[in-house]
Ligand binder design. Structure first.
Ligand SMILES: NC(=O)C1=CN([C@@H]2O[C@H](COP(=O)(O)OP(=O)(O)OC[C@H]3O[C@@H](n4cnc5c(N)ncnc54)[C@H](OP(=O)(O)O)[C@@H]3O)[C@@H](O)[C@H]2O)C=CC1
Ligand SMILES: N[C@@H](CC=O)C(=O)O
Length: 352
């Protein structure tokens, strides 16, 4: 099955996606009978390309390598340049829009509107952007359903580590009693680097260079990125739509070298924790740094690695550990979603 895709947002993750599709081309074809053709790419400042017969990935990557934009992509027959994201979503012949613009922690925009536009034009959406899922999931799912299309967002929590699909599919039949974990790669990386002697600023800029941090890193260090992930998990696993104002949220920006040294002297480590717990009256959630004893399994999770424990009524606690951020890791989340989408579409065709 050939799947035509349009990429909205061509920063770290967007570029990682085209590299990964290229790298896995023959495996995808041979093992999964899936081919992905990139027909459109639209980015705010890097430029925009569309060709209904497909773009040449090598030329796209070569152009990015030249000066970080799409401007060096060679002209060829059928090539259209300069379409805005909105026009790309409307006019592309892609069946799937991959939304990878920055996550706006206040409004979820423009990504929410990108999704709505895509659904109204009968296009599926795969995204890594947390904003639309945290703030408008129900509305978007209803609109997708109305238009007979699908929305997948595995990358929104713990990048390519299947923190959403694994519990929903493999742990089904359980009731989730609580979910608790380290859900942000940037802050865990910063805390680890600070423990190893780096200054806060130095650790943050290194996380930015490695492609872990949000476009506005206040989202990471202020805890808002974890807050969004908590809202998503509360909806996915507990079936509740928490509002961001309902979840107390404290980040790591107040944690100093002295705090880290003090914790070390006490045989402890600071970790930014996101948690959701079932209570008699519903669920309670929080985001805050906790000083964990070294005996706590979460205290040994270092760098951009994340970990999440799902406490289940039948299976007991099950912990998933894996990448929480990263370019290739998040691109992999897009690939998982595209393959699941392909499988779903194939089933629909066979059943229909
Ligand atoms: N990096 C990671 O490890 C992970 C990221 N994510 C999520 O994935 C998404 C992408 O992340 P990442 O690639 O790292 O972020 P980047 O900031 O590197 O890329 C975002 C890109 O979106 C572009 N953009 C912004 N607004 C628009 C718009 N209206 N139309 C088109 N393009 C736009 C930006 O353009 P320009 O810079 O040219 O202005 C930029 O190139 C984010 O939502 C992030 O939260 C999720 C999991 C992990
Ligand atoms: N900035 C985020 C990216 C993934 O969601 C993080 O560091 O975890």
């Amino acid at each position: 099955m050939t799947h035509k895709i349009a990429l909205i947002g061509f920063g770290n993750v967007g570029q990682g996606v085209v590299r990964l599709i290229k790298e896995k081309e023959s495996l995808l074809k041979q093992v999964y009978q899936s081919e992905f053709e990139v027909v459109s790419i639209s980015d705010l400042h890097k430029g925009s390309l569309h060709c209904e017969n497909g773009l040449n990935i090598d030329d796209v990557l070569h152009s990015i390598k030249q000066n970080g934009t799409l401007h060096y992509y060679p002209d060829h027959e059928g090539l259209v340049r300069g379409l805005s994201s909105e026009d790309t979503i409307k006019k592309t012949n892609a069946d799937t829009i991959v939304e990878m613009t920055y996550t706006n922690v206040h409004t979820g925009q423009p990504a929410i509107d990108h999704c709505k536009l895509a659904f109204n034009h009968k296009r599926h959406v795969v995204m890594t952007n947390k904003g639309p899922v945290a703030l408008a999931k129900q509305e978007l799912e209803a609109l997708a359903k109305e238009n007979g299309v699908t929305i997948f967002y595995e990358g929104a929590v713990m990048s390519g580590t299947p923190a959403i699909r694994m519990p929903k599919m493999t742990l089904s039949g359980n009731e989730f009693l609580s979910v608790k974990g380290i859900l942000n790669g940037t802050t865990n990386y910063i805390l680890t680097q600070m423990e190893n002697g780096s200054a806060y600023e130095e650790a943050l800029s290194s996380a930015q260079e490695l492609g872990y941090a949000e476009a506005d890193p206040t989202s990471d260090v202020g805890g808002f990125d974890v807050l969004y992930k908590v809202l998503i998990l509360a909806s996915e696993l507990f079936g509740v739509s928490l509002k961001k104002e309902e979840v107390p949220c404290v980040g790591i920006s107040e944690i100093t070298q002295a705090d880290i040294k003090q914790a070390k002297a006490e045989g402890k480590r600071w970790k930014l924790i996101g948690a959701i717990e079932k209570t008699e009256s519903g669920v309670e959630a929080y985001v805050r740094p906790l000083k964990l004893p070294l005996s706590d399994p979460l205290s040994s999770i270092s760098g951009a690695t994340n970990a999440i424990t799902y406490d289940c009524d039948v299976s007991g606690p099950i912990t998933l550990v894996g990448a929480g951020a990263g370019i290739k890791e998040t691109a992999f989340a897009v690939l998982i979603d595209l393959l699941h989408l392909n499988k779903k579409l194939r089933w629909t065709v066979e059943e229909g």
